[in-house]
Design a protein around this ligand. Sequence first.
Ligand SMILES: [Zn+2]
Length: 358
Amino acid sequence: MTAPFFLDAHLDLALNALEWNRDLTRPISQIRAAEAGLRDKAGRGRGTVSLPEMRRGRVGLAVVTQLARVNRNEGHNPVAAWQSPAQAWAMTQGQLAWYRALEEAGEFKMIASRADLETHIALLETYGEISTGCILSLEGADSLITPAYLERAYSQGLRAVGPAHYGPGRYAHGTNSTGGLPPLGRQLLAEMERLGMILDVTHLSDACFWEALENFSGPVWASHHNCRALVPHQRQLSDDQIRALIERDAVIGAALDGWMIIPDWVQGKTTSEERGLRLEHVVEHIDHVCQISGNTRHTGLGSDLDGGFGGEQTPCDLDTIGDVGRLCDLLRAHGWSVEDLTNFAHANFLRILRRALL
Ligand SMILES: [Zn+2]
């Protein structure tokens, strides 16, 4: 049987192209070789994502980000932070220009409507050859100069927003930060609801998570998020949060970032090799979500494989995103049916997209 195609709910492609200076159209060996000797970022020379590898891994759909933070001079910041919202907005516009240029070059297809989505799925299901359809999401809303900018971003194709990233943001508190939604965050949620956008709860502080669910009645997902019961950290979802998401018929994307997969990981020090990190460890998180829901309808893939790290922090039995199909092999060995595997690989996230896109 042909493996189902994948929908990866979280990749930072444009950030890698512009901030890491990676030409993602090239083979992964060339991307790695071009970074030989560079020490400016962790994971240099060990990238796991390229467009050819995405096609090899049958990643037929991907939720891809625009991402630019505004500097609050606090806490850990894994990506560049700008001094003003205008600079951050300009950065996200540059990222958009990269997506558009690659679409024009035929490298992937941007998807912003239900018609785009159905046309692309028909192609995926008709031909063995996989091309990737990309849905735009904003990770951290700092770059929206005012909530009114959201409508402009929507007209450019943006369909999902995660209000927070790391630390305190302009619209919400994020990872390693505490506190509820500021007034700007509530305005943003109202505007997202008016436009029919998807709320991504990933990175929200606990207080913001609960307030966001209360103040937003549109479609919800947690694009790249693992389980706090297995790896205790505020970045992870508690069982109560997982239950609340299931109640909203949301989907949780399993992230392939080492420190969120196994406990006691020291970022920048621990390596996958020394801890024997395997995809089987990711399966434990997927299974935990399924045990709570009692079915396979709320789990998916949100690999985050290009989220500021490389092979030093990803499962040892995955060289590139081209190997994500091994997750399905493991789940099959755990007794998952074809329908269960399809749910995980793409059908669950697709259900949310079909609900949200007009
Ligand atoms: Zn993230």
